[in-house]
Structure formats: structure tokens, C-alpha cells
Design a protein around this ligand. Structure first.
Ligand SMILES: Nc1ncnc2c1ncn2[C@@H]1O[C@H](COP(=O)(O)OP(=O)(O)OP(=O)(O)O)[C@@H](O)[C@H]1O
Ligand SMILES: [Mg+2]
Length: 264
């Protein structure tokens, strides 16, 4: 296994956010972490990326115990992190943003090669290399955040909700790129996404988090076919029907409540 997370327990002060999460990412696979707002997705990967110390549990990267290492050491150990909301430096140029990624790299000698690779994947970043990152569109900023993380030559790329706030067509482009990086370079990817449909279309395996615990896990195919996933995360009808019925059950002021109740 490339990554093993074992019985992770995470707190913000007294708030118990992640309650014994375990999962693996195999070398060369895309693993999707799904779940609704507040489920503990970002918290889990913050711990993985060295931004939050686990109260309990272990994190292993390629057989090495990296539990509790700080963010810089985690980056050096081979985890590239694309945070929620992208966080590019808007007052710096595109090129400068990419070079920041290079600081975490182990060797200086391959910088030109890395730039070439990034530009081959993201031609727009080469065209706009000298512009301020703040002038890029949301989709371009996501590409830049991705490119910056790739400059560290990660063994595992970790992305927190890359689709957030992007138009559907741009989401498609970003996910197509992730799939290409996985297929062509064998890059292992841990993808946190509320957009389960987009995630499961490129992932090999997935887990669903619910109030800080794993509620479902399986192959992407199994999860796509799972009725619970279809209902809640893929916008299936089963999920919407009860909500509509509830609305209709509230009687109109002008309608006889007994009649409405007797209707069904
Ligand atoms: N800085 C913080 N301080 C206190 N509680 C927090 C903090 N960040 C998150 N939490 C709480 O921890 C729990 C998990 O939050 P987390 O951000 O991991 O959810 P998430 O699955 O990433 O949700 P989203 O899809 O909205 O990003 C939530 O109950 C949240 O309110
Ligand atoms: Mg989050």
C-alpha cells in the first residue's frame, strides 16, 4: 500500500470531528473520499498533510510512519496537497506560484524538466506565466494549484474538493486531467469530493464519510450502483421524493386539513 490510514481520531479542541477512520490507497490508484458538508473529509486530509495532529491513529506512507509530521516534512515525504478553495497567491505571477511548489522539492537539478511537464499538461499556465494569479479564472486557478502541487513531484496527490465553484465543463476538464496524470504517469491520487458522480467516474475505489466515520466503502463500480449513494449523492429520486411529500403535507391555509390528510 502507498498510504495506510489506521483508526484516525481527530479533534478541534473539544470538538470530536473524525472518529476512527481507516482506509488505504494502493500505488497507482485514484481513491475518492466522499460525504456531505461537515462529514470530516477536509479534517481527515488535514491530518494526512501535517496540518492537524491526530489524537489517536497512524498514518503510513510507503511503509514509513509519517503520523504527526509537520506540513513541510509531509511534503518532502511525497504528499502533494491541493487545498480546499485552491489558495493560490493572487498577487504573485503564475510562474512564481509554480516555483513555490518547487521549494519543497528534494533536488534542484530537474526544475526545467518539471516546468516542461507542467506546461505540457496545462498549456494555459505557460501562456499566462507572467500574469498575476489573481487574474486567472477559477478553472485556471485550480490548474495552477494542481500544477504547484505537482512541482513537488509527489508520490501521492491529495485534492480537497477541486470541483468546488467551477462550471460543469471546467469540472470535466479538471477531472480528465487527473485521470490523465493517473494513467500516463501512474500518479496515485486521493480525491476528496462532494461531487460523487464526477469522482466515481475516474476513481478506482471510494469511501463515504458520515459524521466522522466511514459509512460505506468499495470499488467505484460498486459505489456507483449502491442505492444509498445513488439516492443521496447522485441526486436520485428516492432522496427527493420524501422531501416533496413533506412539503405537500403542509396544508394550504385555504384547504381543509382533513381532506388533504385523507387524500393519500
Ligand atoms: N477549524 C475548526 N474548528 C472547529 N471545528 C471545525 C473546524 N473545522 C471543521 N470543524 C468541524 O469538524 C467537522 C468536520 O468538518 P470538515 O471540514 O472536515 O468537513 P468536510 O467533510 O470537509 O465538509 P465540507 O464538504 O463542507 O468541506 C464539522 O463538524 C466541522 O464543523
Ligand atoms: Mg471540506
Amino acid at each position: 500500500m502507498l498510504l495506510t490510514i489506521e483508526d484516525l481520531h481527530l479533534y478541534y479542541g473539544h470538538i470530536y470531528a473524525v472518529k476512527g477512520v481507516s482506509f488505504n490507497v494502493a500505488e497507482g490508484e485514484i481513491m475518492a473520499v466522499m460525504g456531505s458538508n461537515g462529514a470530516g473529509k477536509s479534517t481527515t486530509i488535514k491530518a494526512l498533510c501535517g496540518l492537524l495532529k491526530p489524537r489517536q491513529g497512524k498514518i503510513w506512507l510507503a511503509g514509513r510512519d509519517v503520523t504527526g509530521l509537520n506540513a513541510e516534512r509531509i511534503a518532502l515525504a511525497g504528499i502533494g496537497y491541493v487545498p480546499e478553495g485552491r489558495r493560490v497567491f493572487s498577487q504573485m505571477s503564475v510562474l512564481e506560484n509554480l516555483l513555490i511548489g518547487a521549494y519543497a522539492r528534494r533536488r534542484e537539478s530537474t526544475l526545467a524538466q518539471e516546468m516542461e511537464l507542467i506546461y505540457s499538461y496545462f498549456p494555459v499556465l505557460e501562456r499566462k506565466a507572467r500574469l498575476l494569479a489573481g487574474t486567472l479564472s477559477g478553472g485556471e486557478q485550480q490548474m495552477l494549484a494542481l500544477g504547484r502541487a505537482l512541482m513537488t513531484r509527489p508520490r501521492l496527490l491529495v485534492l480537497d474538493e477541486p470541483s468546488l465553484g467551477l462550471a460543469p465543463i471546467v469540472v470535466k476538464q479538471v477531472f480528465a486531467l487527473l485521470q490523465r496524470l493517473n494513467r500516463e504517469n501512474g500518479l496515485s491520487i486521493l480525491l476528496v469530493e462532494q461531487n460523487a458522480h464526477a469522482a466515481l467516474r475516474i476513481a478506482h475505489h471510494g469511501i463515504v464519510l458520515e459524521t466522522g466515520q466511514v459509512s460505506l466503502r468499495g470499488s467505484a463500480t460498486e459505489l456507483l450502483e449502491n442505492p444509498v449513494i445513488q439516492a443521496i449523492y447522485l441526486g436520485g429520486k428516492e432522496y427527493q421524493t420524501p422531501a416533496r411529500t413533506d412539503n405537500h403535507a403542509a396544508p394550504d391555509p385555504g384547504v381543509d386539513a382533513d381532506l388533504v390528510a385523507g387524500d393519500g
